[in-house]
Design a protein around this ligand. Structure first.
Ligand code: T1G
Length: 676
C-alpha cells in the first residue's frame, strides 16, 4: 500500500495500491504512519510523496462511499502533510485526480512529469473535493481557474498546470522525476503551507462563472455546492472554509445525485465485462474494416474507425451514393476542424485511410465487415449470403441492425460463429453507445474482439442478447406506445414531452419521433390510416426532415405546436369514441417511464442483459437518460420497486391489454430488494 525509501536525508513515500492508487483506509493509515515517522526522525530533512505505476492517485476509494469511512480521514492526513515541519514535495508521476490532487495541493511543492494530468472530477460523482481541494486550489491558482476546474471536473494538462502555478516545475524525462523531487526536498526550501497563501482573484468571478455556464448546473446540486465552497475560501479563514467544505461534502455524499453518479461510474466499467467469457480469450486481429452502406449510419460508423487510425473500405451500390457518403464524412471532419477540435492534417490523415468501392468483392481483404444497409430482413440476408462467399475465413461479420434477429441473419451464412450485432446509435460518430448483440452461435473470441474494438474506437460497448430491439429499442416500444395512447386519451404531445424534458431527458417521445422520423416502420400506404402516425405520414408529416411531424419546424428546426395535429388528435379521439380527460404528470410518468423500467426487468429476467447496470449504461449513453438519476433501473430502485409495481397495478386498466408486470420486478419489490 505505502512504500517508504530513504535516500540520504530524504524519505520517499510511494502510494502503491493498484490499479489506480485509490486512497482507501489502508493507504490513508499507511500515509499517516509514514509521515509521522519521517517528521519525528531528526535524520530526515525532507519528504517526497509519489505514486507507483502510471498514476499519482485517482483519489478517494469511491467504493467506500456510503459506508462509515475508517480513520484517519483524508482531510486529517492532508493537514498532517501541510503542517509537517519539513518540506514535503509531491512528485506527480502521472494522473492526479480528486483526493490524489488534494494530496499534492497539501504538499509544500509540486514537481510533475510533463505528461501528468490534474483534475478534481468529484462533481461528476455528485460531490465536491472534500479534502481541502476547494480551499487550497484557489490559494494556488486563483478563484477563476479553481472554479473552472472544480465545477467542470475536467482534467488539465501539465503545461496548463505549470502556467497556472498549480505545479512549480515540470520534468520532461519521467525517469528523472524522483531524483529532481528529492533534490528539491533537500534544497533547503522551507515548508510552505498552502493554507497560509492568500486567495487571489475576485469573488464576483464565482457568480460570473455560474451565469456564463447555466448548462453545467441543470438538474444538479453538486455544482452550486462547489461554488459555495469556493466562496467560503474567498471569504472565510482557512479553517472555517474547510469546515464549510466538510459540511457541504457531507450533505452531498449521502445524496441521491451522488449515489446515481457513482452507480453510473461503476456501471460503465462493469459493462465491459462479459459473463462466461474466458479472461484469456485470444482476440482476432483487426487491421482493416469494411463497411457496407455509406448512408447516415454507414458514414458515421466509418468515422469512428478512421478517427482511431483504422483503414476503412466503404462500399455502396452507386457512385452517387458513394460520393455523397464520402463527401458527408469529409464535411463532418471539416466542421470539427473549423471548431478547432481537429487539425487539417488530422482530417487528411483520417480521409487518407478511407477506400471507397462500388463492389462487395473489395471487402475480401477485410478482417471485419459491418453491414449498415436498409433495415429489412430480406436485404440483410441477401447481403450476408454474399458476404459469406466474399469475406476471408476468420473475418468477423457484423450487422448494424437496430431491431432484427441476428440469429436469422447469421443463418444466411455458413459461419454463424463469426456473426455478431454491432448496433450503433445515430449520429454514430458522436453517440458513445454500441449494443454488441451476442448471437446464439457467436464465438467467444468474436465477442471479446468486438468489445475490445468498441473501446478502441472510443465507444461504450454493452452486451445484449437477441430479441426484437435488443435492450434500448425494446424498452422504447412501451414508452412510445403508451405516449401515443396518452394523447388519444386527453394529454397533448407538448404535455407528454414536457414531463420528459422536466425529468431531464434531452427530448420527449414525440420530439424524438420527429427527429428519428415519423415514417420509420411506416407501411408506406397513404390510403391505410390505422393510427395517428399513419395519418401524419399520409399527410407528409414525417418529422423534422419534412419540417412537420407531431410539431411544426421552421428553417432553424425550432419546433412549435401544430393546430393541424391537435385537430387530427381530436378526430382520432372522436373516431375511437374517446372523451378526452385531464391527465396528470404522474400518470404520464407511470405509463411511459415505469413501463420502460418494467420492460427492462423483463429483459433482465430473460437474460438479454447481463446485469441491470448494463441497461442503465445503454440508456445513459444511447438515449440521453439524465446521468444524475443513474439510469432507469437505478432510478427505479431509488423510487422503490414496490412503488413502481403499485403504480403499474393502479393504472393496469389504462395499459395495453394483458400488460404483464415483470415477475422479477414483482419479486424484487416484494422482497424489498433492488435488481442487483
Ligand atoms: N475508487 C475506486 N475504484 C476506482 C477509482 C476510485 N477513485 N478509480 C478507478 N477505479 C477502479 C475502476 O472501477 C476499475 O475497476 C479500475 O479502477 C480501473 O479503472 C476526498 C472524495 C483514474 C482516469 O473520480 O477517472 O477523491 O472495473 O477502468 O480507464 O475529494 O478510473 O477494473 O474493477 O477507469 O485507466 C475522485 C475516477 C474520487 C477518478 C483511470 N476521483 N477514476 O481510467 O481505468 S472522489 C475520480 C477515473 C474523491 C476527495 C473525493 C479513471 C482513471 P475494475 P478504469 P482507466
Amino acid at each position: 500500500m505505502i512504500q517508504t525509501v530513504r535516500s540520504g536525508t530524504i524519505v520517499q513515500i510511494t502510494i502503491d495500491h493498484r490499479p489506480v492508487n485509490a486512497l482507501g483506509a489502508e493507504v490513508r493509515a499507511g500515509l499517516a504512519r509514514a509521515l509521522a515517522e519521517a517528521a519525528r526522525d531528526d535524520a530526515v530533512s525532507g519528504i517526497v510523496i509519489t505514486g507507483a505505476g502510471k498514476l499519482f492517485s485517482a483519489g478517494a476509494d469511491i467504493a467506500e462511499f456510503g459506508q462509515a469511512m475508517p480513520d484517519p480521514q483524508l482531510p486529517d492526513v492532508l493537514d498532517q502533510i501541510e503542517n509537517c515541519p519539513k518540506p514535503v514535495v509531491a512528485a506527480i508521476n502521472g494522473t492526479a485526480l480528486g483526493g490524489g490532487l488534494e494530496v499534492a495541493l497539501a504538499c509544500h511543492y509540486r514537481i510533475a512529469a510533463a505528461d501528468a494530468r490534474f483534475g478534481l472530477p468529484e462533481v461528476k460523482l455528485g460531490i465536491l473535493p472534500g479534502a481541502g481541494g476547494t480551499q487550497r486550489l484557489p490559494r494556488i491558482v486563483g478563484i477563476a481557474a479553481a472554479v473552472d476546474m472544480i465545477v467542470r471536473g475536467e482534467p488539465v494538462q501539465a503545461a496548463t498546470a505549470l502556467q497556472s502555478g498549480l505545479v512549480d516545475r515540470l520534468v520532461d524525462d519521467p525517469g528523472a522525476l524522483l531524483e529532481a523531487a528529492r533534490a528539491m526536498a533537500a534544497s533547503g526550501l522551507p515548508p510552505r503551507p498552502t493554507r497560509d497563501r492568500p486567495v487571489t482573484g475576485d469573488p464576483v468571478q464565482i457568480d460570473a462563472f455560474r451565469a456564463a455556464n447555466p448548462r453545467l448546473f441543470k438538474g444538479l446540486v453538486a455544482p452550486d455546492a462547489c461554488l459555495d465552497a469556493v466562496r467560503a475560501a474567498a471569504t472565510l479563514p482557512f479553517a472555517d472554509g474547510q469546515a464549510r467544505e466538510q459540511q457541504l461534502f457531507g450533505n452531498l455524499v449521502t445524496g441521491a445525485e451522488s449515489r446515481a453518479l457513482c452507480h453510473a461510474f461503476f456501471a460503465e466499467r462493469a459493462a465491459g465485462k462479459v459473463d462466461g467469457l474466458p479472461a484469456d480469450v485470444a482476440l482476432r486481429q483487426i487491421a482493416r474494416v469494411g463497411i457496407i452502406g455509406a448512408g447516415t449510419m454507414g458514414g458515421g460508423i466509418a468515422m469512428n474507425f478512421l478517427s482511431a487510425g483504422i483503414p476503412i473500405t466503404l462500399v455502396e451500390t452507386s457512385s452517387e451514393a458513394l460520393e455523397r457518403g464520402v463527401a458527408t464524412i469529409r464535411r463532418n471532419y471539416e466542421a470539427t476542424a473549423a471548431k478547432g477540435r481537429l487539425t487539417t492534417a488530422q482530417v487528411e490523415t483520417a480521409m487518407s485511410l478511407l477506400s471507397p468501392a462500388l463492389d462487395l468483392d473489395a471487402l475480401s481483404a477485410c478482417d471485419m465487415v459491418i453491414e449498415a444497409v436498409y433495415e429489412t430482413m430480406e436485404i440483410k440476408q441477401e447481403v450476408f449470403a454474399r458476404l459469406d462467399r466474399i469475406a476471408r475465413p476468420g473475418a468477423i461479420l457484423a450487422t448494424n441492425t437496430s431491431f432484427l434477429d441476428v440469429d436469422v441473419i447469421a443463418a444466411s451464412t455458413a459461419r454463424p460463429q463469426d456473426v455478431v450485432g454491432m448496433h450503433f446509435f445515430s449520429p454514430a460518430n458522436v453517440m458513445k453507445l454500441v449494443e454488441v448483440v451476442r448471437g446464439a452461435r457467436t464465438a467467444p473470441d468474436v465477442l471479446a474482439t468486438v468489445m475490445a474494438l468498441g473501446r478502441r474506437i472510443g465507444k461504450v460497448p454493452v452486451v445484449a442478447g437477441v430479441c426484437y430491439g435488443f435492450i434500448g429499442n425494446r424498452m422504447l416500444i412501451p414508452r412510445q406506445g403508451n405516449a401515443l395512447a396518452l394523447i388519444l386519451e386527453g394529454a397533448s404531445p407538448e404535455q407528454v414531452d414536457k414531463v420528459h424534458t422536466d425529468f431531464g431527458m434531452p427530448m420527449g417521445p414525440f420530439q424524438m419521433t420527429d427527429l428519428a422520423g415519423v415514417d420509420i416502420g411506416w407501411h408506406r400506404d397513404p390510403q391505410r390510416i390505422e393510427s395517428l402516425s399513419d395519418a401524419l405520414c399520409a399527410s407528409g408529416r414525417w418529422g423534422q426532415k419534412t419540417r412537420a411531424g407531431f410539431y411544426d419546424y421552421d428553417e432553424t428546426r425550432t419546433r412549435s405546436s401544430s393546430p393541424l395535429v391537435a385537430a387530427l388528435i381530436e378526430e382520432f379521439r372522436a373516431r375511437a369514441g374517446v372523451t378526452p380527460r385531464a391527465i396528470d404528470d404522474e400518470e404520464i410518468i407511470v405509463r411511459t417511464l415505469y413501463t420502460l423500467v418494467n420492460e427492462g426487468a423483463k429483459i433482465l429476467e430473460e437474460g438479454i442483459a447481463q446485469r441491470a447496470s448494463d441497461i442503465d449504461v445503454v440508456w445513459l449513453y444511447g438515449y440521453g437518460w439524465p446521468r444524475w438519476t443513474g439510469g432507469p433501473m437505478h432510478w427505479a430502485e431509488e423510487q422503490g420497486l414496490a412503488k413502481i409495481v403499485e403504480a403499474l397495478d393502479r393504472h393496469a386498466s389504462r395499459l395495453p391489454a394483458g400488460f404483464p408486470v415483470s415477475a422479477l420486478l414483482r419479486q424484487k419489490a416484494a422482497e424489498g430488494m433492488g435488481f442487483a
